[in-house]
Ligand binder design. Structure first.
Ligand SMILES: C[S@@+](CC[C@H](N)C(=O)[O-])C[C@H]1O[C@@H](n2cnc3c(N)ncnc32)[C@H](O)[C@@H]1O
Length: 265
């Protein structure tokens, strides 16, 4: 990924992100990984600020949360969303090269961003640099996103394979979650722990939120992925098959979030 945007950028992305964030028990994830009142925290790749606001509620007025994002529009939404929370501030910037001092934060959180970065170890090194000694670095991301479904027709299985490899070629790693423990250990973090939690479990027909989430993903990713399907037509057939599986009352669909945390020496 390069420049001032990322692969999933689209006009409807802010709403998709906000709905996704609201569907997850983020508060519990933050507490489990050590966020506490009074802390100075960083939300790296904060998007529209839904999680930044939850972080601010946890740290309270004695603490502070800085949200960083590349995208000016996302930051404007985040500022508006967090306006009632004076402990929140925002900075436009690249989390791979933060214009922040070393040893600053008690807690660094980054969710659903590392999957887009070609050099996750570099981003992690940057999180570690800005965390204070003894501070926690926490990365939450997908693992095999959207690929744990049954039954799968051979056509759909092949379509999923094409989809994943086209995204991989564009720099999006849908398997990044499982790689984080190793990266954390190699980066010298201590007390590295991994929490596995559902992103969704749909035994039967998916609700409209999940269906719309996938419709939006498919539309946004069309320019990147459709060449792998020989063009838009082939890609749209795959998308319809996948959405059909999501609506199938007899099919199981699940996906996980892997949250990896470690402590800076
Ligand atoms: C999928 S969203 C996740 C937003 C939020 N963390 C959440 O969980 O709802 C990814 C966000 O990361 C931002 N982003 C992507 N690459 C970035 C980078 N290198 N530096 C800063 N922000 C980045 C995007 O602009 C987008 O807002």
């Amino acid at each position: 990924m390069s420049g001032g945007s990322y692969l999933m950028e689209s006009e409807v992305e802010a709403r998709r992100l906000a709905e996704q964030a609201r569907a997850l028990p983020v508060h519990g994830h933050l507490l489990t990984t050590g966020l506490a009142p009074g802390m100075r925290a960083l939300d790296a790749g904060c998007g529209p600020g839904v999680i930044t606001a939850v972080m601010a509620e946890v740290v309270g007025r004695q603490g502070s949360v800085l949200g960083v994002d590349l995208n000016a529009q996302r930051l404007a939404e985040a500022r508006a969303h967090c306006a009632p929370l004076p402990q929140c501030s925002f900075l436009q910037g690249d989390l791979r090269k933060l214009e922040l001092e070393d040893n600053t934060f008690d807690y660094v959180w980054c969710q659903f961003v590392i999957e887009y970065l070609p050099d996750p170890a570099g981003a992690l090194a940057e999180f570690i640099r800005v965390a204070r000694p003894g501070g926690r670095v926490v990365v939450a991301d997908v693992d095999a996103l959207g690929l744990q479904n049954w039954p799968l027709s051979p056509e759909l299985e092949e379509g999923c394979r094409l989809f994943v490899s086209a995204l991989g070629a564009a720099g999006l790693d849908l398997y990044v979650g499982r790689k984080l423990f190793h990266l954390f250990r190699r980066a010298g973090l201590e007390a590295v722990r991994v929490h596995l939690t559902p992103l969704w479990v749909v035994a039967g027909a998916a609700d409209s939120r999940l269906i719309n989430d996938w419709k939006q993903r498919f539309t946004t990713l069309e320019p990147v992925v459709s060449p792998a399907f020989g063009g838009t037509l082939g890609y749209r057939v795959f998308c319809e098959q996948y959405l059909g599986l999501l609506s199938d009352p007899d099919a199981l669909k699940y996906s996980v979030l892997l949250i990896t945390e470690g402590q800076k020496r």
